[in-house]
Ligand binder design. Structure first.
Ligand SMILES: Nc1ncnc2c1ncn2[C@@H]1O[C@H](COP(=O)(O)OP(=O)(O)OP(=O)(O)O)[C@@H](O)[C@H]1O
Ligand SMILES: [Mg+2]
Length: 395
């Protein structure tokens, strides 16, 4: 018998270059942020003329283009400086939960192109790392812009910013002029800085708001040109992805993920075109993926509790009181062979945590004049999603 070749029965992929829809792809055109780009350029202009640019803080929720716009404007700014005959270096480094020490060390090692001379991981202080950084920066000519993405995630950020923003006046940086750009999705970041750091950092602020459906449509259309083969997208697909993401948080990352997943679904169904039904399925899959990630972080008890409430929901008994949750939860534990928590009180503690993490909604009830308050709970997602990701056998 001849073995079947699965590729022979497949129609051509709808994608031309799927990677264009991923995070690491830097698009050449960044639509719908013209005003933010213009403002950014104003703050950065001194850097194109060989001067010290202003420090900037960029704020905005996740997926609103802070990183992509920053990379874009930095390219334009470097080009402009070059046209003016000035030297500008831009260093973009993500703070991803690093300490000020490892962040500084990371940049030092990037600037020292010889691996042999790597700054050591242990044995030296943050002050030593900062000195090494000044030394490397002083070797660059002209102006330097340091971009600290996700700056609110840096441990020890206050003194880092204090030191860096004073380095020119203290004489630590005497060969180059330095501007600092911080990016954060925590709007309260500024308030966490000490008065003396706020004073010397003295930055401008740039705020990124949510995209509406039309913004997202433009962004997706621009990407789709390179991502998909001609004629493989039904004309309703992009508007639908844009509308769904706009209705949620106006997040471009979500819109792009949805469009990419829609293409994957169409391929799996062996279709030559991505259709609106594929977007519906993609939406379910993307949601399921997100819920699954969050469920992974829960304890077994918490998982059993949300399964119990999902059961109540399909039996139309929701919202439910703590006491009833307790007995439903105990039944789930029994079916799964888990030892249940022995008190209602400990279940109540978990309910609070689950509410805080967005799995449940709590409703408060007042018992009229007789006094007494009690709470009921309901699931803040579709019960089927819970069954899909917890794989309970319940349904
Ligand atoms: N105006 C835009 N034009 C083109 N692509 C965009 C635009 N805005 C966002 N994107 C794309 O959406 C995705 C998310 O954007 P980005 O990474 O810049 O978000 P962010 O604001 O930095 O979010 P986070 O706070 O989570 O880091 C990226 O793939 C980016 O390329
Ligand atoms: Mg970002």
């Amino acid at each position: 018998m001849v073995e079947e070749n699965p590729y022979e029965t497949m129609v051509a992929s709808v994608f031309d270059d799927r990677d264009v829809l991923t995070e690491s792809h830097q698009p050449e055109i960044v639509p719908r942020r013209a005003e933010e780009i213009r403002q950014y350029a104003h703050f950065l202009r001194p850097a194109t003329n060989g001067n010290t640019p202003d420090n900037i803080m960029v704020y905005g929720d996740t997926g609103l283009g802070k990183t992509v716009v920053t990379k874009h404007i930095m390219e334009l700014t470097v080009d402009e400086a070059e046209n003016n005959g000035n030297v500008l270096s831009v260093i973009i480094e993500d703070c991803n939960n690093d300490s000020a020490f490892s962040y500084t060390r990371e940049i030092v090692n990037r600037l020292r192109d010889d691996d042999e001379k790597d700054f050591p991981k242990r044995g030296l202080s943050t002050a030593d790392a900062m000195d090494a950084l000044y030394e490397e920066l002083n070797k660059l000519e002209g102006t330097v812009i340091l971009v600290a993405d996700e700056i609110d995630h840096m441990d020890g950020v206050d003194s880092f910013l204090y030191e860096m923003s004073r380095a020119e006046s203290t004489g630590d940086l005497d060969e180059v002029k330095l501007g600092i750009v911080g990016i954060s999705n925590d709007y309260s970041f500024r308030r966490t800085l000490s008065a003396k750091t706020s004073g010397s950092f003295a930055e401008h602020e740039l705020n990124f708001g949510p995209y509406d459906a039309e913004d997202l449509r433009h962004i997706l259309e621009e990407r789709a040109v390179d991502a998909f083969r001609d004629g493989t997208l039904d004309e309703a697909v992009i508007p639908k992805c844009a509308a769904l993401a706009a209705r949620d948080k106006g997040d471009a990352r979500q819109a792009l993920d949805l469009l990419k997943m829609s293409g994957i679904v169409a391929n799996e169904h062996n279709r030559e075109q991505v259709a609106v039904e594929h977007v519906d399925e993609a939406k379910r899959r993307v949601e399921r993926g997100k819920v699954a990630e969050r469920v992974d972080d829960l304890t077994d008890h918490q998982r059993n509790i949300i399964v119990a409430i999902a059961n109540a929901e399909v039996q139309e008994r929701s919202p439910v009181r703590t006491k009833e949750i307790y007995s439903l939860y105990s039944a789930v534990c029994e079916r799964r062979g888990d030892e249940p928590l022995s008190t209602i009180r400990s279940v109540r503690e978990h309910l609070k945590k689950l509410e805080m993490r967005g799995f449940l909604t709590q409703i408060e009830h007042n018992n009229g004049r007789g006094g007494g308050k009690y709470h009921t709970y309901e699931l803040s997602m579709k019960p089927q999603l819970v069954f899909d990701v917890v794989r309970t056998g319940d349904e």
